[in-house]
Design a binder for this molecule. Structure first.
Ligand code: AMP
Length: 180
């Protein structure tokens, strides 16, 4: 029997040595371009929250926007873009976060979330967890109640899930790949 996990896995393309040697890039554009797989991924991501009051979905630029927009529609929630620095036009809060090599900064609008609002964070993939940790801190700084952080793909060997769980965030992922 073909499971949901099998069908999602089959819809994701792996590109070796992108963007640099040794990285296996998990490319979800093939999943997004496959009507059944895209719908199934969104259904799986929102499933635990059906009937729950979720105020907003916060998506991490850029693939988190695509998944998060669809999730927000499905859950009748609003959407918050978390962006690379310098892209948002109004007053922002900013945080530095660690990448594999060095630091980058991400921002969200100060008025994007009100204290106590129930928010789900989403991105396509969690690796070291540095990106999602930064987004978690930004959202909490503005008083958000993070119900969960959701990802299509987990790379468990890189420890991102544990990093978020250590911050008290519930993590939900659909499929895993060994290694990185
Ligand atoms: P991290 O901050 O290490 O958890 O990295 C997560 C971010 O980097 C996400 O926005 C992912 O889209 C991207 N990313 C990291 N590793 C990969 C990979 N092997 N394939 C595709 N995207 C990746």
């Amino acid at each position: 029997m073909i499971t949901v996990k099998d069908s999602l896995r089959a819809a994701i393309r792996t590109i070796p040595d992108y963007p640099k040697p040794g990285i296996l890039f998990r490319d979800i554009t093939t999943l997004l371009g496959n009507p059944q797989a895209f719908r199934r991924a969104i259904d799986e991501l929102v499933h635990p929250y059906a009937g729950t009051k979720i105020d907003k979905i916060a998506g991490i630029e850029a693939r988190g926007f695509i998944l998060g927009g669809a999730m927000a529609h499905q859950l009748s929630a609003g959407f918050i873009p978390i962006r690379k620095k310098g892209k948002l036009p109004h007053e922002t809060v900013r945080i530095a976060y660690s990448l594999e090599y060095g630091l980058d900064e991400m921002e969200m609008h100060k008025d994007a979330v009100r204290p106590g609002e129930k928010v789900i964070l989403v991105d396509d993939l969690i690796a070291t967890g540095g990106t999602a940790e930064g987004a978690t801190k930004l959202l909490r700084q503005m008083g958000a109640d993070i119900v969960a952080a959701c990802f299509v793909i987990d790379l468990p060997d890189l420890g991102g899930r544990r990093k978020l769980e250590a911050l008290g965030v519930t993590v939900r992922t659909l499929i895993e790949y060994e290694g990185h």
